[in-house]
Design a protein around this ligand. Structure first.
Ligand code: DC
Length: 232
């Protein structure tokens, strides 16, 4: 029996992952962060690139995926979510390193990588767990039948401001302008890529969090889930 899926998609720095985790905790669902699997595959591609002395983005995806399987890459249940494991150890730290962030867009644009990741996400849901899944194409491609889809967004300025405050210093105007421009460029790249671009599903509920607190945006999604799915 498949579990129930709540899909949360949206652009970079829209707060999808932290929101998805809080929604999952409120409902007693597990949080499934699809980006963590793309990041873990990218870590494997970096290892293959190092072995060959080539750029990770140039490693053939079949080679990367074979290596991922040989090294036992998987998402393993961990508390309220899943942790990525490689070679039998958790890699949640290494997959957030800047080197992975630099190459993950190129690796996640490869169709073979997307199919591999999607098959794993679907098999986790087939195992029967109720999950809140966050990503870019969850409601459009991976789980198009999800009974609740949310498209979470916020203005580029608000997202840039939140990202800078995570760095722990006061926001200055120049840094805000640079970060806003960088996010707008990433939005454009994610939306323009030919495979599974970032796109709002036709039946998704839009939540613009520009003027909402974190608690308010989580509360709206939890309320929708209770209303539509009688969840939690
Ligand atoms: O959410 P994140 O920043 O950890 O995602 C890492 C990368 O993976 C990001 O560049 C976009 C990609 N990604 C994707 O293409 N599709 C998804 N469903 C999730 C992430």
């Amino acid at each position: 029996m498949s579990g129930t899926v709540i899909a949360i998609d949206g652009p970079a720095a829209s707060g999808k992952s932290s929101t998805a985790r809080a929604v999952a905790e409120a409902l007693g669902f597990a949080h499934l962060d699809s980006g963590s699997l793309y990041r873990a595959v990218t870590l494997v591609a970096i290892g293959e690139g190092e072995r060959r002395g080539t750029d990770p983005a140039g490693v053939d995806p079949d080679t990367t995926l074979r290596s991922a399987e040989d090294r036992g890459l998987l998402l393993y249940p961990d508390g309220a979510g899943f942790a990525a494991y490689l070679d039998g150890v958790p890699v949640d730290g290494p997959i957030r390193e800047p080197a992975v962030t630099r190459y993950v867009s190129a690796v996640s644009a490869m169709p073979a990588v997307r199919e591999w990741v999607n098959a794993r996400l679907r098999s986790l849901v087939r195992s029967g767990r109720n999950v809140v899944v966050d990503g870019r194409d969850i409601g459009t491609v991976v789980f198009p039948d999800a009974p609740l889809k949310v498209f979470l967004t916020a203005s580029p300025e608000a997202r840039a401001g939140r990202r800078i405050s995570q760095r722990g210093h006061v926001i200055d105007v120049d840094e805000l302008a640079r970060e806003t421009a960088a996010l707008a460029a990433r939005d454009e790249a994610d939306s323009a890529r030919p495979v599974a671009p970032l796109r709002r599903a036709d039946d998704a509920v839009d939540i613009d969090s520009t003027r909402l607190t974190f608690e308010e945006q989580v509360g709206r999604i939890v309320a929708l889930a209770r209303e539509r799915l009688h969840a939690g």
